[in-house]
Design a binder for this molecule. Structure first.
Ligand code: SAM
Ligand code: SF4
Ligand code: SF4
Length: 355
């Protein structure tokens, strides 16, 4: 991993502005509301759009275990983020269910008052873990699934798991009490776009919410090309031929999905137009990497080393001041700039920082 880092010595922390009780706003006036915590950079899939096997093979240097934040460290930081206004935490990865005893971390985070706690998983190990995650206090689940057809599913994730493993995971999660599970489908032209209608048909009336995502230029290893992106407009045109849908807007400012409803009562669908309709203007998301760096954008090129400060003996107040300062100085809007042809090139990988 070659991410550069910004290291601020503890002695400099005293000059950071204090974190008051007012919401912390970035340079564009966006409040800090969401935290994504990546608990591992390992994964049992090799999705071609995220961890292509030729770049993440046997000799890939994953983070050493000693560097990965311990649950107590994550939980301490989460408490400080909460003080700064975070009300939504999503656990992600890599594949978060590869992290041993993840339910222990869930139980620690679930104690934060008024917190919306969610997890994104590829679903392959979900059947095994759904019940313990639910009883630990996890409230919401997003399961990634790109196809129903096994051959297409495996072309997308380049791993030896049948789609039925993920479907069983979703069923187990429902049986464990998770409601309206979200199902994320990345659409890549010529690979799984033929699955748009079968997936929509399968999840219609299931109570789960399928969300189709434009294939993004995250990281530097997926050889992304614009002509492989199926735009939201194209997805909606296909869906419109098979179903009668009506737009229902977004739940709240900052929600990434545009929502649609089957007019016959078959439930909801979402489209995440991360490439063709940037939503940076109300992006309230901060990301914590497995070894404790903070990233203020999915497309950032460098992180802020919070673990170094934490492990160096900083007090809660010093840490809070530093985090608040990082947010106040934030000026990211990569997706808007991409449209203007100004995107950066050396970006962090999605499998390291999480979606
Ligand atoms: N491994 C878990 C999973 O797949 O759900 C969590 C981490 S994964 C990085 C989080 C989400 O990012 C998944 O829904 C995945 O489909 C999405 N994702 C990864 N690479 C992407 C890309 N290039 N474009 C769009 N979405 C992507
Ligand atoms: Fe793994 Fe998720 Fe990336 Fe696929 S999208 S390789 S499951 S981290
Ligand atoms: Fe937020 Fe960065 Fe994505 Fe824009 S590009 S929505 S700032 S994470």
């Amino acid at each position: 991993m070659s991410q550069r880092e910004i290291f601020i010595p503890i002695s400099r922390l005293r000059s950071d502005p204090p974190a008051g009780s007012a919401p912390v706003l970035d340079t564009f006036g966006r409040p800090l509301r969401d935290l994504r915590i990546s608990v591992t950079d390992h994964c049992n899939f090799r999705c071609t759009y995220c961890m292509p096997r030729d770049r993440f093979g046997r000799d890939h240097a994953f983070l050493p275990h000693s560097q990965i934040l311990r649950f107590e460290e994550v939980s301490r930081l989460a408490g400080l983020f909460h003080q700064l206004g975070v009300r939504k935490i999503r656990l992600t990865g890599g594949e978060p269910l590869l992290r041993r005893n993840l339910d222990r971390l869930v139980a620690m985070l679930a104690e934060l008052p008024d917190i919306d706690l969610a997890l994104t998983t590829n679903g392959s190990l979900l059947a095994r873990h759904a019940a313990s995650l639910r009883s630990a206090g996890l409230k919401r689940l997003t399961v990634s699934m790109d196809a129903l057809d096994d051959a297409i599913f495996q072309r997308m994730n380049d791993a030896d798991y049948p789609a039925s493993d993920v479907l069983n995971g979703i069923d187990a999660a429902q049986a464990a009490g998770f409601e309206s599970i979200k199902v994320n489908m990345v659409v890549k032209r010529g690979v799984n776009d033929s699955q748009i209608i079968p997936m929509a048909r399968h999840f219609k009336g299931s109570g789960h919410i399928l969300r189709m995502i434009e294939y993004m230029d995250v990281g530097s290893s997926n050889a992304w090309r614009m002509d492989e992106v199926v735009s939201a407009r194209e997805m909606l045109a296909s869906l419109g031929e098979a179903f009668s849908l009506t737009p229902i807007g977004r739940h709240y400012p900052g929600e990434v999905a545009e929502r649609w409803q089957h007019t016959d009562g078959g439930g909801e669908l979402g489209i995440i137009a991360a490439v063709t309709r940037a939503f940076c203007h109300d992006c309230t998301r901060l990301r914590l990497s497995p070894e404790g760096k903070l990233f203020t954008c999915l497309f950032a090129t460098q992180g802020h080393d919070i673990a170094g400060i934490l492990r160096g003996g900083a007090t809660d107040e010093q840490l809070t001041r530093r985090i608040a300062r990082i947010w106040r100085e934030r000026e990211d809007r990569y997706s808007e700039l991409r449209g203007a042809g100004q995107g950066s090139t050396q970006k962090i990988e999605m499998s390291y920082i999480g979606g």
